[in-house]
Design a protein around this ligand. Structure first.
Ligand code: HEM
Length: 408
């Protein structure tokens, strides 16, 4: 019944079976993960992954996993990032400070002040984010075909996040810092690569420490100042939180803004309705985030051995929760491949759910929505053929590479 609903109900061709273990970095998967997700949901909802571990694809299973105490976020005790290694490796020390790598009780201790300081900072952000988006887009007007990611989404998100966090607007230093943090989330494959991760994080901590010292001396309406004011965290913990927030607010945003542009360009009636003030830009953004979920998979680690879907899971096994699949699961979203901004978005999972749910979701939505609003307010033409858009080979993320557009 489930198969009939998802294959024929949505009017799609029957998806071809991927090779198992599934390669989440294969060219076909990176180009379009949706057919693989559809096949896995119907045939192997907990499937082995080529790089190790398993991927979970059904929305109901993923929602249950968010509250399953047998799955956690802390690196396995066999990992270089395990807490016991924090005195040996900067990478393990950073991981031991930031929520995505923590289980309770430390997760609660670190997330609570970060979440409180986030909302202190978020109040009033809309007043400057909208004009900032418009100013960045205006720079591209009349310039001929420009990459909307490096020309608009990235500089806009970088400047917005620098201001939000409380850093000087230095795009090159910020790119180095976010690059260093993202390496912490990639699988560690060799010693030289791991040395590189540690060196990058060491330099980044030094850079962020300068901003923390500056905010001690001159507080502002920014995240670092609010973290200092709330107290209870060391300066290193404040710096690591600031780095996490900075990094989380750039690539996902630039990717989502590019996806909104691609969608609006391919749906002139919807764009015309938005321009006429008849549609809801925020709902359009939510629907684009559902269909083109930037964080396709999020990692968990088996904390306690157990059996699941006929698979015996041992402690330390990575489990990838496929949010991109859950967001197209017909059991959760009827006719899931159809773009429909009016659908109920209350159950969508692009920001996760439960104790690790994205702290920055309201800011993420606001940044993308203000980027989208700027696009709606200006005539633009998509230059890149949508069928030729390529995606970064980044485990867990769906981020387009170049999206050329002309802004008038
Ligand atoms: C469209 C943009 C964004 C998307 C798609 C996104 C998505 C996500 C996802 C899927 C998670 C993991 C949830 C889990 O593991 O259960 C997450 C965690 C997180 N996000 Fe975002 N995010 C976005 C923007 C932001 C922004 C702007 C911030 C800045 C404040 C932010 C801060 C965080 C933090 C701090 C966490 C870790 C929460 C924890 O582990 O307790 N995100 N995000």
């Amino acid at each position: 019944m489930r198969k009939l609903k998802s294959w024929f109900g949505a009017g799609r061709a029957k998806p071809a079976a991927p090779d198992l273990p599934v390669d989440l970095l294969s060219d076909a998967f990176v180009a379009d993960p949706a057919p693989t997700w559809a096949w896995l949901r119907d045939n192997a909802p907990l499937a082995p992954v080529k790089s190790g571990g398993y991927v979970m694809t059904r929305a109901a299973d993923i929602k249950a996993a968010f509250t399953d105490a047998r799955l956690g976020n802390a690196p396995s005790r066999f990992s270089m990032l395990a807490e016991k290694n924090r005195d040996r490796y900067v990478a393990a020390d950073v991981a031991a400070n930031i929520p995505p790598f923590l289980d309770k009780p430390r997760h609660v201790d670190m997330r609570k002040p970060l979440s409180a300081a986030f909302f202190d900072t978020f109040d009033g952000a809309e007043a400057w984010i909208g004009p900032l988006a418009e100013a960045h887009l205006a720079r591209l007007a009349g310039q001929g075909p420009q990459d909307i990611i490096t020309g608009f989404g990235r500089p806009f998100a970088t400047q917005a996040m620098a201001r939000f966090v409380g850093l000087d607007h230095d795009p090159a230093a910020i790119a180095r810092a976010t690059g260093a943090l993202f390496k912490l989330f990639a699988p560690i494959t060799d010693r030289a690569g791991f040395d590189d991760v540690n060196a990058g994080l060491e330099a980044t901590r030094h850079y962020i420490a300068g901003a923390v010292a500056a905010r001690h001396a001159t507080p502002g309406p920014d995240l670092i100042s609010h973290l200092i004011a709330r107290g209870g965290l060391t300066d290193i913990e404040i710096g690591d939180h600031a780095l996490l927030v900075l990094a989380d607010g750039i690539e996902n945003i630039e990717a989502a803004i590019a996806q909104v542009l691609i969608r609006l360009a391919s749906d002139p009636d919807h764009l015309a309705a938005l321009r006429a003030g008849e549609g809801d830009i925020a709902a359009t953004v939510m629907e684009v985030l559902r269909l083109e979920t930037p964080a396709q998979t999020i990692p968990r680690v088996v904390r306690e051995a157990h059996e699941r879907d006929g698979v015996q899971l041992t402690e330390g096994t990575p489990i990838f929760l496929a949010l991109g699949s859950a967001n197209r699961d017909p059991d959760l979203h009827p006719d899931p491949d159809r773009f429909d901004p009016t659908r109920d978005h209350s159950g969508v999972l692009m920001f996760g759910q439960g104790r690790h749910r994205c702290i920055g979701a309201p800011l993420g939505q606001m940044l993308v929505t203000q980027g989208a609003r700027a696009l709606v307010d200006r005539p633009f033409t998509l230059v890149t053929d949508p069928a030729r858009i390529t995606y970064h080979k980044r485990l867990g993320h769906r981020w387009p590479v170049d999206v050329l557009a002309r802004i008038d």
